[in-house]
Design a protein around this ligand. Sequence first.
Ligand SMILES: [Zn+2]
Length: 134
Amino acid sequence: MKLALLSPAAERQERRDRLRRDRAAALALREVFPAVQQLRLELLFQGSTSTTPAPQSHILHAPARAFFEFPCPYADCDGQFDLSAAVKAALADPAHRATGALGCSGQRAVRVGARQPCQLRLNYTVTATCQPDT
Ligand SMILES: [Zn+2]
């Protein structure tokens, strides 16, 4: 049996690689949601400490992968935010917009061998631009 003794940096790299593989395997946005021209995801973070991560903005066009998982911006956290449900909600909404909040369920490696719940809050806004129904 192999012991998992990866350094936090190696663990982080592994998580990012996995997300990248999942993203590469995802279908294109235009295959999953043919009516969508563009998706805009605005991510605002709210932490309990003074080091709140910077806001992020992601714009996905029709050829982009329909993949909506984002790693927690804390480098020492193993959590991720899944915005798939938020994207579906935005597309189901007459205004093509959804807002909401998610909490990070990951664990942060505060020091070697010690982890604590991250609980970073994400406030998101998803806006979809769809083809006009003509
Ligand atoms: Zn986190």
